[in-house]
Every structure is written in structure tokens, then in C-alpha cells.
Write a protein that binds this ligand. Structure first.
Ligand SMILES: [Zn+2]
Length: 157
């Protein structure tokens, strides 16, 4: 899969945690590090249209993982994608934004994971499921809030 990224004001490729739940369904994307860890954000949105929108912005890096969850009445489909390659805007024909080539790590459908979910992604998947069922979600679910100690994340929502 190729996913479109955004560009920060400083010109860096970046990606949003976004999504949330409606009455009977929901969709969410959360972002984590190569081993499932929550990442320190560039920016946490506090204003504008927040409900089920874009909430937390992260620098996009090769190796990081996107957890995309979709649910209808609590029946989930979930995909884990690893960013393999980031292409700058000047190499893209179809968009003026950077893009990321992603490889599928694991997929949940019809009640099971295939291949089995690597254990280190348990918490990121849990956060994506919670966000996809969070009615009119207005904030981040999986990011590191303590960036004082050199990126060692020890608490998150
Ligand atoms: Zn929420």
C-alpha cells in the first residue's frame, strides 16, 4: 500500500493519528515505533474540527508502524503496516505531498490474526480499537507524553 503523508511547516514528512467512532461504526489510525512503542509527537491538535479528525502529528520515519482499525458494531478489521520507504514530493507524480510505501505485517479479519500478531504491538492495537470505538473522538489515544527523558516514553493515554 502507498499512503499519502503530510508536510510539516518545516518541510518534513509527517503522519497523523486520526479517526474515531460513530454510532455503530468507526475507523482509526494510530502510529507507533518499530517495536510498537508510543512515539513523541510533533504536534497535538487542540483546535479546529476535532471530532473523528486528525489529532496527533508524528514525524514519518521508515520502520514505524501504522495500525488501522475499522469496526462495524464492534466487529473489527485491523491492519498493521510498516513504512518501508518514504518518497519526497518531487518523486511523486500524482500528489504534491510525500508518500510512504507500506508493507502489511499482520491482518485481523473474521475473528483472527494472520499471521499471528507480534506481541509487541498488543498495546498499539488495543489503542486503535479503543479509538475506533471512541464516539466523536477528539484527541490522541497512543502517543508519548513524556519527552523530557530523551524519547524514553513511560506514560501515555
Ligand atoms: Zn478518542
Amino acid at each position: 500500500m502507498t499512503t499519502e503523508l503530510v508536510t510539516t511547516r518545516g518541510g518534513l514528512p509527517a503522519i497523523w493519528e486520526s479517526g474515531g467512532g460513530w454510532t455503530n461504526s468507526g475507523w482509526a489510525q494510530v502510529v507507533c515505533g518499530p517495536s510498537g512503542e508510543p512515539l513523541p509527537p510533533i504536534y497535538v491538535r487542540q483546535r479546529g474540527h476535532l471530532a473523528n479528525g486528525d489529532h496527533v502529528l508524528f514525524a514519518a520515519r521508515e520502520g514505524m508502524v501504522l495500525v488501522v482499525a475499522d469496526q462495524h458494531r464492534g466487529d473489527f478489521e485491523i491492519k498493521l503496516w510498516r513504512i518501508e520507504n518514504i518518497l519526497p514530493p518531487e518523486l511523486n507524480l500524482d500528489t504534491d505531498q510525500p508518500t510512504a510505501d507500506c508493507r502489511l505485517i499482520a491482518e485481523y479479519a473474521l475473528g483472527e490474526w494472520h499471521p499471528p500478531l507480534p506481541q509487541e504491538f498488543t498495546w498499539a492495537v488495543q489503542a486503535a480499537k479503543e479509538k475506533a470505538t471512541c464516539y466523536h473522538c477528539r484527541g490522541g489515544h497512543y502517543f508519548c507524553t513524556d519527552i523530557s527523558n530523551q524519547g524514553r516514553c513511560n506514560r501515555w493515554k
